[in-house]
Design a protein around this ligand. Structure first.
Ligand SMILES: [Zn+2]
Length: 65
């Protein structure tokens, strides 16, 4: 059983859906206002994978300096 964090774009209501497998269209409906403008929030574990890029760019200079 997985849980999905969803947020309504219309009224801003955030809610959680428990579903075995992927979300269905019927899950993407706001329980507060009934809007289908519902989007899934990013899972927290994705944030930990984010890197700040590399700082290994060569900055001028000639190898035969
Ligand atoms: Zn709503």
């Amino acid at each position: 059983m997985a849980s999905y964090d969803l947020v309504c774009d219309k009224c801003g209501h955030a809610f959680e859906v428990f579903r075995q497998g992927f979300l269905k269209d019927e899950d993407r409906v706001c329980p507060e206002c009934g809007s289908e403008d519902v989007r899934q929030k990013f899972s927290s574990f994705l944030r930990s994978l984010g890197g700040a890029g590399s700082g290994c760019a060569p900055s001028g200079g000639s190898p035969f300096g």
